[in-house]
Design a protein around this ligand. Structure first.
Ligand SMILES: [Zn+2]
Length: 164
């Protein structure tokens, strides 16, 4: 079963949220050209992907999602909804989910900053997964997006404090 992607929006796009939500009606993809690429080497790409998978395992356990099989895929903008940095699709029956995260070469920031933001996207999408069984409508999606962002920010702040 294919669920509409739940997406993390670019910070500057949040004011357009009600408009963008109108576009969330299918599993289709849209092209975007608003993120200018900054190339990363193959080894940097591998490093980013390995780091993200490692963080996925940690966050899955922390969030009580170990009973899910979650895949993370680095995705170029043409694999994401326009103006978004990631999305998640899940199959409740199979307990599988696929999280797409913007590829580091499509960020305009240096790799360490990109990787931090990619982890934010990962945590953001995992929180959506925690809410997967809750009822949802267009109005609640806006509220959910807001709460998910706040929760993800709080969790990552705690994580970075604990790491010190
Ligand atoms: Zn979201």
């Amino acid at each position: 079963m294919c669920y509409p992607g739940v997406s993390k929006l670019l910070p500057g796009m949040r004011s357009l949220l009600p408009y963008l939500l109108l576009l969330v009606s299918s599993c289709g993809f849209a092209q975007t050209t608003q993120v200018l690429p900054s190339p990363v080497s193959e080894s940097e790409e591998e490093r980013a992907e390995a780091h993200l998978k490692q963080r996925l395992a940690i966050w899955q356990e922390r969030l009580g999602l170990s009973n899910w099989t979650v895949f993370v895929i680095l995705s170029h903008p043409n694999g994401l909804r326009s103006g978004t940095l990631g999305n998640i699709r899940w199959d409740m029956d199979k307990r599988t989910a696929v999280i797409r995260v913007l590829h580091p070469s499509d960020y305009r920031t240096p790799l360490p900053a990109s990787m931090k933001d990619m982890e934010f996207t990962l945590v953001h999408e995992l929180i959506h997964l925690m809410f997967a069984s809750l009822p949802r409508n267009e109005e609640s999606r806006t509220e959910e997006e807001h709460s998910v962002n706040n929760l993800a920010a709080a969790l990552l702040k705690l994580d970075s404090t604990a790491a010190r």
